[in-house]
Design a protein around this ligand. Structure first.
Ligand SMILES: Cc1cc2nc3c(=O)[nH]c(=O)nc-3n(C[C@H](O)[C@H](O)[C@H](O)COP(=O)(O)O)c2cc1C
Length: 215
């Protein structure tokens, strides 16, 4: 596709941001912006990302610095427990899992994304015909928040990656930060100043993945 001129230059900026967002695993415990600015981005994701019927089912926790490190210490401790119980091979943990978790810990912060499925009870009753749809809708809305935060953090000079250590860490996370039982953890977004470039990425051709009609 040749270069397209959009009516609003912000569209070009947005598309550039979408294209430049990547998964960064090697992160430093540094921040290019203030903690208030990070806080603002995450708050905006909670307030402004859409949800089905405006149910507002996402719950988000921002962990910075020492609190962020606590999270990855929890994951390391839980995985060590699995090794001790013989559920994870020690060699795999030492050579692969532990260095990866230490890598996350070396970042600046983590955003925890939860869904409060219990808050959907009333609307499931009211719109019984849609009842089975509300849980997936809630997860879709949560994923939109994740993507928004990922883009915004990278726009400000962070690198980020998306992790899924639920349900392994759920109990400890809830207790450590005294979170409601109804908050179901979905994803953990780790961020920090990138210490290296992201890995190579390949793209399957658009043909077969996208169709346009009426152009
Ligand atoms: C829904 C979803 C779940 C993902 N889960 C993980 C994960 O658990 N661990 C991980 O390291 N990366 C995870 N990723 C990152 C993908 O592997 C990554 O986005 C993909 O390989 C494309 O690379 P890029 O982010 O650099 O564009 C996830 C991404 C998405 C969208």
């Amino acid at each position: 596709m040749g270069s397209i001129e959009f009516k609003n230059p912000a569209t070009t900026t947005l598309l550039e941001l979408v294209k430049s967002r990547r998964t960064y695993y090697n992160l430093k415990a540094e921040s290019p912006i203030s903690d208030d600015a990070i806080d603002h981005i995450v708050q905006d994701s909670v307030l402004h990302v859409p949800s089905s019927f405006n149910t507002q089912t996402s719950r988000v926790v921002l962990l910075l610095k020492e609190e962020h490190k606590k999270l990855w210490d929890i994951a390391i401790k839980v995985m060590e427990g699995l090794v001790a119980a013989g559920q994870v091979p020690k060699e795999m943990f030492e050579n692969s899992t532990k260095p990866k978790l230490e890598g996350f810990k070396a970042g600046y912060g983590t955003v925890l994304f939860f869904v409060d499925y219990e808050s959907l009870a009333a609307i499931k009753e009211k719109f019984a015909i849609y009842a089975a749809k509300f849980d997936p809708f809630a997860l879709e809305s949560n994923a939109m928040s994740q993507y928004f935060v990922w883009l915004a953090l990278e726009s400000e000079g962070f690198g980020a990656n998306l992790q899924h250590y639920s349900p392994l860490i759920d109990e400890d996370v809830r207790k450590t930060w005294n979170l409601p039982e109804s908050w179901k953890l979905d994803a953990q977004m780790v961020f920090g100043v990138p210490a290296s470039e992201p890995g190579e990425k390949t793209f399957a051709p658009l043909e077969g993945r996208y169709k346009v009609f009426g152009k």
